[in-house]
Write a protein that binds this ligand. Structure first.
Ligand code: MLT
Ligand code: ZN
Length: 470
């Protein structure tokens, strides 16, 4: 990018809105997992939708490809520029305002660059709840979470990001602004444009603001750590608790003994759970004022112990213990990283097929590399497992991944496909899983997706090479 271009951009965005020196732009050039390393021509950091629209219009006029960039916590390389050094990264990090809170309408309007944690805190300040929650919430931005249709740990009750949005504002690839910031619970006016952008990973436009659904704050919260024999027992427990306690159950998370073992061995300052078991569940229940939640939860769990589906159970006695339970669960990715990283999978199937998925995928992986280490954990309440494979203890992780990554992933995804499942339950497609998308969705779906891309972005300037290869 030449000096005249940079001067024009500075005139549009101000000096803090334009980063050009390699030392300043380097951190936007690779992804969280360090799978991709690219180089941006420039990093644009607009402070408002108006500025962002002007910057996009400027790029569009010059046919410069753009890569929207949120908190950069994604796992599929969706926010990383390519190696050409010609793409402009557009970071939302300076757009962090709560625009308004509509308490009586149970909604709030926020800039896309706010972190999830900041959105949750703003909702809590208003005495309400924004339920989208995940380990990366301190860094992940709401715009990125919507663009990837993030899931997290409360999907069971509140749905994925897609279910939590009433309205959006989007800057289109040519710089026009679509103002869809409506705060309506019901609105059947034609095609639902909002849903096109959610999960599109910034390939159709850049989400700049959203009207989010809020929920009543939950005065009561009970969090239990359960020991079970295996995943089949976990699924029976899920079904029994759902029947008995219904929507009170907000999280139902599974950790294999191996995943927990990695956390205990490799993450500092964690406390072992109060239960020894072959497999573990972290289950959370919430309710408003007045319901006798604790008693209901205790009786339901006791019945499961008596039926022998739960081998042991402890309900958190205080907030500190609750947090220590959650820390164990949320530290699994941290432990895997400390072990040199894993071959990650984010598969989902019909909930009652989860045991079959784990069984068949384990058999397939271990037949290929008998000493591979499995780390199976995740959102069993949503039919979503992270079926991760770590290098044998005596093999360097990078060597293992290079030698076996592709073959093992093909096996795991093959099993998910056989069971009519998905290769990407909540992590998206990005650059990493483009070929899988083509293989799994079939020609009709891909043709429709390409037509949609062409309709929104005929010049192919917005996050090219992500989700769809072209
Ligand atoms: C999780 O559920 O912890 C993440 O989605 C998976 C991961 O970080 O590997
Ligand atoms: Zn997850």
């Amino acid at each position: 990018m030449n000096t005249a271009d940079l001067d024009e951009l500075r005139a549009l965005l101000g000096a803090p809105g334009v980063l050009h020196e390699a030392a300043d732009t380097a951190r936007y050039g690779s992804d969280e997992r360090r799978l991709y390393h690219g180089r941006a021509a420039v990093v644009l950091r607009p402070a408002s939708t108006h500025e962002l629209a002007r910057a996009v219009g400027w790029c569009h006029a010059r046919r410069i490809a753009m890569v929207p960039h949120g908190g950069n916590t994604g796992y599929c390389g969706g926010a990383t520029p390519d190696e050409s050094g010609t793409q402009a990264v557009i970071s939302l990090e300076r757009m962090r305002r709560v625009r308004s809170v509509e308490k009586e309408a149970f909604a709030m309007t926020v800039d896309a660059g706010m972190t999830l944690a900041a959105v949750q805190a703003a909702a809590a300040d208003a005495g309400l709840l924004f339920p989208l929650s995940m380990g990366s919430e301190g860094t992940a931005q709401i715009g990125g979470a919507l663009s990837t249709n993030a899931g997290g740990v409360a999907v069971l009750r509140y749905g994925t990001a897609r279910d939590l949005v009433l309205g959006l504002e989007v800057v289109l690839p040519d710089g026009r602004v679509w103002d869809g910031l409506r705060c309506l619970r019901k609105d059947n006016t034609g095609y639902d444009l909002r849903q096109c952008f959610i999960g599109a990973e910034g390939t159709l436009g850049i989400i700049t603001a959203a009207v989010l659904k809020l929920f009543p704050a939950q005065a009561q919260c009970e969090t239990a750590w359960l020991g079970v024999r295996d995943l089949a027992a976990a699924c029976r427990v899920l079904s029994a608790l759902r029947r008995r306690l219904g929507d009170c159950m907000s999280s139902f998370e599974y950790l294999s003994a191996a995943s927990l073992g990695h956390v205990l061995a490799h993450v500092p300052d964690v406390q072992a759970p109060p239960v020894a078991a072959d497999a573990h569940l972290l289950v959370e229940f919430t309710a408003g004022e007045g319901d006798a939640l604790r008693g209901d939860v205790e009786r339901a769990l006791l019945a499961l112990v008596e039926a022998d589906d739960v081998t042991d159970v402890v309900i958190a006695q205080h907030e500190k213990q609750r947090r220590s339970f959650w820390r164990l669960r949320e530290s699994v990715p941290v432990a895997e990283k400390a072990l040199g990283g894993s071959i990650k999978h984010d598969v989902s199937v019909r909930i009652d097929r989860l045991p079959l998925l784990a069984q068949r995928a384990s058999a397939a992986v271990l037949a290929h590399v008998p000493t591979a280490r499995l780390s199976i954990y995740g959102h069993v309440g949503d039919g979503n497992l992270h079926f991760n494979v770590l290098a044998p203890a005596d093999v360097a992780p990078d060597t293992f991944k290079a030698a076996h990554g592709e073959a093992l992933s093909a096996l795991v995804h093959g099993v998910a496909h056989e069971l009519d499942g998905s290769f990407s339950a909540e992590h998206g497609v990005g650059k990493l899983k483009r070929e899988l998308l083509v293989a799994s969705e079939g020609p009709v779906a891909i043709a429709l997706m390409q037509a949609l891309k062409h309709a929104f972005d005929p010049l192919g300037l917005m996050n090219p090479g992500k989700v769809l290869a072209h």
